[in-house]
Write a protein that binds this ligand. Sequence first.
Ligand code: NDP
Ligand code: ZN
Length: 172
Amino acid sequence: MNRLIQAIAFAADKHRNQRRKDADASPYINHPIALANVLANEAGVDEEAVLIAAVLHDTIEDTDTTASELESVFGEEIAAIVLEVTDDKRLPKGERKRLQIEHAPTISRSAKLVKLADKICNLRDVADSSPVQWSLERRQEYFEWAKAVVDGLRGVHPLLEAVFDRAYRNKP
Ligand code: NDP
Ligand code: ZN
């Protein structure tokens, strides 16, 4: 519990100047907290490392946080999970999206749980508080891409996968 709270404080500090892409420009930290909430309270996941990695999942990708920093503060296991769900930002966006589909079946079970929660939360956001100026077509494409990623993650947690399937039913 204390380490989870430490992770929330760490992520809140790292994301402090970032906002989501919705019309209200919601605080970025709402998103990592939403992942942990889906995992713990909608799917009953109680593994501390998974919940902590969920809270930290966008720190390397979207802030100045390094893998070695996560390793020194939270340990090797958590740093490894976060790295598994981190895109290589040196690659073009289309390539990153293709690689997510390709890599999904090969990542660890813990990373699959975090990625499923990420896709659930992002589908809910696209459905309810979409990035500003996204066309209907772009929102639909996002749903299809997220499903293609999740189809490669299946078999790890039927309840969490059912939560995803419910979110997908709200495809615009
Ligand atoms: P982005 O990857 O730029 O945006 C989606 C990501 O933004 C989410 O995965 C999420 O990532 C984050 N995010 C922040 N706020 C929100 C929110 N309110 N709702 C949902 N997600 C949010 O966009 P795309 O997924 O469309 O990827 C870009 C691709 O789209 C490229 O391949 C590009 O070529 C193509 N493109 C398509 C266009 C079209 O009209 N179809 C137009 C322009 C580009 P996280 O969880 O990491 O925060
Ligand atoms: Zn995310």
